[in-house]
Structure formats: structure tokens, C-alpha cells
Design a binder for this molecule. Structure first.
Ligand code: HEM
Ligand code: HEM
Length: 201
């Protein structure tokens, strides 16, 4: 009798050369993927807003774009915190675990750095907004408490660091995307499929 499993097998499997995407039970689940792509969409929007919003100086009155920047930033912080918590409960080995040691270390360091900046940067932005006496709301629905005292030195310093870390974060995301595209089009090793809807989990 014909085995239904072998009928759907990928050509790579039939030739005995498993791709990483074909490794069973080792991938990202639906929640991890959804949160990954949600954060991507939010960061894309945040990138456009950060470029388009007016500079924040003494006497600036936050308009639509600045308020949108705050709201998007808080939603990103919440989504990344949720993603991180989910990751603790559902660990996934690196796709690169069968690749050279230096690649595994680089990938791990890059992912950790992305998580760290995605958490630290919005908190510093929130502190900067507090120092500038801007109300931080979630799309005007709820007002968040200030993180530091109005006009405090630490708050203004947080603003300077927030700017540097945020532009660094966007640059690292660019590198992360280039790495994913290199795996897909250069190596053709199934790393990108692991993060795509319908990819093996
Ligand atoms: C805001 C943009 C993005 C951020 C912040 C981000 C962040 C991350 C993080 C933190 C991980 C590690 C997941 C974990 O182990 O928990 C990851 C994995 C991954 N990301 Fe992204 N990502 C972004 C956009 C993209 C894009 C646009 C692509 C594809 C072109 C992509 C492809 C991947 C792939 C394939 C993995 C899995 C790598 C592996 O299993 O080793 N990411 N991403
Ligand atoms: C991951 C989320 C965030 C990213 C990527 C981000 C990105 C940026 C960038 C790139 C700038 C500099 C814009 C420029 O060069 O003119 C900036 C400035 C600023 N952001 Fe954010 N931001 C985020 C979250 C937040 C949050 C949550 C808040 C407040 C609740 C916030 C408040 C501010 C403030 C107050 C400034 C001006 C800083 C200063 O000049 O002192 N940001 N942000």
C-alpha cells in the first residue's frame, strides 16, 4: 500500500539530504511566528514614524505622529515581552545548530541583542518622554505613569541613549533581514521557512 507520508515528502528528503526546515518538532510554533511578524510590522511602521515625526525640543507640543510614536513603542514593548515569556516556556533550538560554531554564536548573539534592544530602547524612550513632560498614552485610551521626574537629568540622558540605541536597532534588523535572505537565496537551507506561516514546526 502507498504510504501517505512519503507521497508528501520534499525532494531533498527523497534524496536523503534533509533540509533544516524538514527537521520535525524543532521549529517555531504559531504563537512565536505570529509575534515575530507582528513585531516586524510594528517596527516597520515605527521606522516610518521615527523618520517622519518632528524633532522633540523644548516647547514641542506632541502632535499625531509623536503620540503615534509613543503608542507604537509601548505596543512593541508589550509584544516583545510576551514573545520573550512565550520563548521561555517554548524553547526552540537554533536553525543553525548543525552549522559551524561561529555562525551559531553570531546568530545567538544577534537574537539576544535584538531582544535586549527591543526592551531597553522603548523604556528609555518612555523615560525621555517623562522628562519632557509629555503624556504617554496608548492611542489616547489609557495614560501611562511617568517613569522619571519631569526635567530630570537622567530622563534627558535616557533620550540621548534612546536615539542611539533605536537607530542601532534598525541597523541590526537590516543585518538580520540580510542574513535571512542569504540563508534563503544563497544557502537554500530552509532557515527562512522555519519562520514562515506553514513552515515545519
Ligand atoms: C522588526 C524586525 C525583526 C525583528 C525584531 C526580528 C527578530 C528576531 C528574533 C529575536 C529572532 C529569534 C527568535 C527566537 O529564537 O526566539 C528571529 C528569528 C528569525 N527571524 Fe527575525 N526579526 C525581524 C524581521 C525578520 C524578517 C523581515 C525576516 C525575513 C526576511 C526574519 C527572519 C527570521 C528567521 C528566519 C528567524 C529564525 C532564525 C533561526 O531559527 O535561527 N526576521 N527574528
Ligand atoms: C522600539 C520602539 C521605539 C523605537 C524603535 C524608537 C525610535 C526612536 C528614534 C529613532 C528616535 C530619534 C528620532 C530622531 O532622530 O529624530 C526616537 C526619539 C524619541 N522617542 Fe522613540 N522609539 C521607540 C519607542 C519609544 C517609546 C515607547 C517612547 C515613549 C513612550 C519614545 C519616545 C521618544 C522620545 C521622547 C524621543 C525624543 C528623544 C529626545 O530627543 O530626547 N520612543 N525614538
Amino acid at each position: 500500500m502507498r504510504n501517505p507520508r512519503s507521497a508528501g515528502a520534499a525532494p531533498a528528503l527523497r534524496h536523503g539530504a534533509r533540509t533544516l526546515a524538514d527537521a520535525p518538532g524543532r521549529g517555531y510554533d504559531g504563537v512565536a511566528k505570529t509575534l515575530h511578524w507582528l513585531v516586524f510590522a510594528l517596527m516597520l511602521a515605527q521606522f516610518v514614524v521615527a523618520i517622519a515625526m518632528p524633532p522633540m525640543r523644548r516647547g514641542t507640543v506632541p502632535g499625531t505622529l509623536i503620540n503615534l510614536h509613543f503608542s507604537l513603542g509601548i505596543v512593541i514593548l508589550l509584544a516583545v515581552a510576551l514573545r520573550w515569556l512565550w520563548r521561555i516556556g517554548h524553547p526552540v533550538p537554533l536553525a543553525t545548530s548543525e552549522l559551524p560554531e561561529w555562525e551559531q554564536k553570531t546568530a545567538r548573539a544577534m537574537h539576544a541583542l535584538l531582544y535586549a534592544l527591543l526592551v531597553v530602547s522603548p523604556i528609555l524612550g518612555w523615560a525621555a518622554a517623562s522628562a519632557r513632560e509629555f503624556a504617554v498614552t496608548l492611542f489616547g485610551l489609557a495614560t501611562l505613569p511617568p517613569l522619571v521626574a519631569a526635567r530630570s537629568r537622567i530622563g534627558f540622558l535616557a533620550g540621548d541613549v534612546h536615539k542611539v540605541l533605536s537607530w542601532t536597532l534598525f541597523a541590526l534588523i537590516g543585518l538580520h533581514i540580510l542574513a535571512a535572505l542569504y540563508h534563503h537565496f544563497g544557502r537554500r537551507d530552509g532557515v527562512l521557512q522555519r519562520m514562515l506561516p506553514g513552515g515545519r514546526t
